[in-house]
Design a protein around this ligand. Structure first.
Ligand SMILES: CCCCCCCC/C=C\CCCCC/C=C/C(=O)SCCNC(=O)CCNC(=O)[C@H](O)C(C)(C)COP(=O)(O)OP(=O)(O)OC[C@H]1O[C@@H](n2cnc3c(N)ncnc32)[C@H](O)[C@@H]1OP(=O)(O)O
Ligand SMILES: Cc1cc2nc3c(=O)[nH]c(=O)nc-3n(C[C@H](O)[C@H](O)[C@H](O)COP(=O)(O)OP(=O)(O)OC[C@H]3O[C@@H](n4cnc5c(N)ncnc54)[C@H](O)[C@@H]3O)c2cc1C
Length: 616
């Protein structure tokens, strides 16, 4: 199919090599080539062909995705893939923006076995689980409790005579609920999204399991019922840590898809007039459309950068823990908590903005933006609700303030809290990314001190930490967000500095995106910078001008920057986001193919007939 002339023209501009940026995003040319190979292994294999999942009922969707997910597993085994990124490539190429039915087995059942099973148990369960000879799920949440783990009611009473645990969900609120991939007892019913996953309920009534079913690497029950505590009790939370550490990159992936669709479509879509008689411009030429999408384009790159960094950090900490060193578990937990919370929340807001920016066609499943949205938005609740996780980060920051007062060294990711920040020089309209980073770190430091002063005063008054925290939860959450933004911006600036050395032309365009991210973040909290007397009104006016100027620099690069995400059309599955930009013809073809247009609407005639007969 010929290339849409608008997109063809967009691809003749640009100042950097798209392929080199794709290689950087993938982690090197070899990784790009391997990703292409794996995608083709799926896309050329007829077993992965099937009905357009956007037209399917919940039951049909589950069946079709289960069929495909089993094919994904076979393909992954056939190709001897064990790298999680490569396995995810095969998975994403097949799932058409859905979450597959066996996802929880991979991300929430295998991981705890890896982390908390002793060698014997690994042989017994981890090895067959990795081969899908046993399929598992993660049944923690109950009808009455999800966030408050210590409030869970399920019982495991030890029967010393039989060396068994007797499992019970003693109350209705104790019923296990939301259990992804729970194939025994029942499905909890239709949901907002996640149609490919059978989130189940599980009632336990005197279910007996052997003593050695308790994962024993981090704590065990002896034959006489004595409980031997794990060296570090917090490691039992580790199974939630793994998914949280991975979700920032999942957020980046989903936002990159949405931004690709919206920016390509905004170049194809012509609407209204700027100069009368000069034809309808591309909607991406409107400043308001750029103001919707360019900060999100910058955010997608920022989130990808920090998502890769978080996964590396987490993997290092897990290796340390496997060797018995727990000193970085707390930092890993609060980084994963803050990044998972902020990134997934801003991603679902961003996907919605992308959908709105495509007008009516964004609301059609032909765009796939609604599919990406309803499947992504779960990640702001699942694996730790947003506020719950931000409070974890906030409590850690309050401890950092005490550590600072006591001269205890801080973890590297919060070291900036110990830095002194002088009020900025007057800003013009070309503030560099390092100055923007300093400002964002300054705000986080000041906010942490400000919140800590309130919590301390409350603690003095009540002597109760939980009460003190509860009274200031709103500003504690804001404090955690401010810190997390400092972590994101630091990762982005660090990566762009590195790329400026290795590939100056790519680095330059990414530094523009980094400035857009930083300026947008500062303008979103401009009142704080005035209140803390770090910036003046003139500074804020200047960086507002800078933002609009940056949009003009990014405009000719925008399509190339989303092309660099390198989504194959069959992976993106969006008519608005097609690489060739042939939207209208394919929208019409897709609509005509809808089963709704094929069914004989006998019901229509039957009921309208009744109206006519009713002699209204
Ligand atoms: C082939 C590959 C396919 C790839 C597929 C890719 C696509 C996938 C897309 C999406 C997949 C997503 C699937 C989602 C499925 C969802 C699953 C679930 O939801 S499972 C259930 C999740 N539930 C939760 O997260 C519950 C949240 N609540 C809690 O974690 C806890 O209740 C709490 C909020 C942390 C409170 O804990 P507690 O009550 O014990 O009190 P605290 O005092 O706050 O904590 C005690 C100390 O423990 C430390 N802590 C807490 N949590 C952790 C942790 N996780 N790790 C380490 N340390 C932790 C805490 O800091 C306290 O420490 P101190 O202050 O005492 O030092
Ligand atoms: C798509 C999806 C898949 C899931 N898959 C699984 C799975 O496979 N296995 C599993 O075990 N669970 C699963 N879950 C459940 C999930 O882990 C919980 O929904 C999540 O932990 C939130 O807990 P909750 O639902 O009890 O919400 P609640 O904690 O009841 O939250 C309700 C509101 O109360 C607020 N709140 C609660 N506690 C506090 C507090 N201390 N301070 C301030 N505000 C508070 C929250 O911020 C929120 O606004 C899944 C959920 C979803 C949506």
């Amino acid at each position: 199919m010929p290339m849409n002339p608008d997109l063809e023209k967009e691809r003749q501009g640009g100042t950097f090599d798209v392929e080199q940026l794709t290689h950087i995003l993938d982690g090197g040319r070899d990784k790009t080539l391997k990703r292409h190979f794996l995608e083709q292994e799926v896309l050329k294999d007829p077993v992965f062909r099937g009905p357009d999942t956007r037209f399917l009922s919940r039951e049909e969707l589950f069946g079709e995705l289960l069929r495909k997910h089993v094919a994904v597993i076979k393909k992954t085994q056939e190709l001897s893939i064990d790298d999680i990124n490569e396995a995810s490539t095969i998975y994403s190429a097949a799932m058409n923006n859905n979450v597959g039915p066996l996802t929880l087995h991979s991300v929430a059942f295998v991981a705890p076995l890896d982390l908390m099973a002793d060698d014997e148990q690994k042989k017994k369960w981890l090895i067959p689980a990795k081969k899908y000879e046993i399929i598992g799920c993660y049944a923690q949440t109950e009808l009455g409790h999800g966030s408050f783990i210590r409030g869970l009611e399920t019982r495991a009473d030890y029967d010393v005579n039989t060396q068994q645990f007797v499992l019970n969900t003693p109350t209705e609120t104790a019923i296990k609920w939301w259990v992804g991939g729970c194939v025994a007892v029942g499905d909890i019913g239709p949901k907002f999204g996640f149609g490919g996953v059978d989130n189940g309920y599980l009632c336990l009534n005197n279910v007996r399991i052997p003593r050695d079913n308790l994962l024993a690497k981090t704590g065990k029950v002896l034959e006489d019922g004595t409980y031997v505590k794990p060296e570090n009790p917090k490691v039992v939370y580790g199974s939630m840590l793994g998914i949280r550490a991975a979700l920032p990159k999942v957020g980046a992936y989903n936002l990159s898809k949405a931004v690709t669709i919206a920016i390509r479509y905004s170049c194809v879509r012509h609407q209204s007039e700027i100069k009368p008689g000069c034809g309808e411009p591309q909607v991406l030429d409107y400043q308001t459309q750029q103001h919707k999408l360019f900060p999100l384009l910058a955010t997608a790159y920022a989130f990808h950068t920090v998502g890769v960094w978080m996964l590396d950090f987490h993997s290092t900490v897990m290796n340390e823990i496997n060797e018995g060193h727990y000193h970085r578990l707390a930092e890993d937990h609060v980084l994963a908590a803050g990044l998972k919370a902020v990134i997934n929340w801003k991603t679902h807001e961003g996907i919605e903005i992308c959908r709105f920016s495509c007008g009516g066609h964004g609301y059609s499943l032909a765009s796939s933006l609604p599919v990406i949205y309803v499947n992504h938005v779960a990640n702001s609740t699942a694996e730790g609700e947003t506020v719950i996780l931000l409070l974890q980060t906030a409590v850690y920051l309050m401890k950092c303030v005490i550590d600072l007062e006591q001269g205890t060294p801080l973890d590297p990711s919060v070291a900036y809290l110990d830095q002194s920040f002088s009020k900025s020089e007057q800003w013009c309209s070309d503030v560099d990314m390092h100055s923007l980073l300093k400002a964002i770190q300054f705000r986080s430091k000041k906010f942490t001190e400000y919140v800590s002063s309130f919590v301390k005063k409350e603690l003095m008054a009540t002597g109760n930490q939980q009460l003190a925290f509860n009274k200031h939860k709103v500003i504690l959450v804001e404090c955690a967000k401010a810190h997390t933004e400092a972590v994101i911006m630091n990762a982005f600036v660090t990566k762009v500095d590195e790329i400026l050395q290795s590939n100056p032309s790519v680095g330059k365009v990414l530094s523009l995106l980094c400035q857009i991210y930083g300026v947008t973040e500062i303008l979103a909290h401009s009142g704080d910078y005035i209140q803390y007397e770090y910036l003046r009104k003139i500074d804020l006016d200047n960086i507002q001008d800078q933002l609009f100027k940056l949009y003009t620099y990014i405009r000719p690069e925008a399509v190339l920057l989303v092309d660099a995400f390198d989504f194959h059309d069959e992976v993106l599955k969006s008519i608005l986001g097609r690489y060739d930009g042939q939207v209208y013809e394919n929208m019409f073809k897709w609509a005509k193919a809808s089963p709704f247009n094929k069914q004989d609407q006998g019901t229509f005639r039957k009921y309208i007939q009744q109206l006519k007969q009713a002699k209204l």
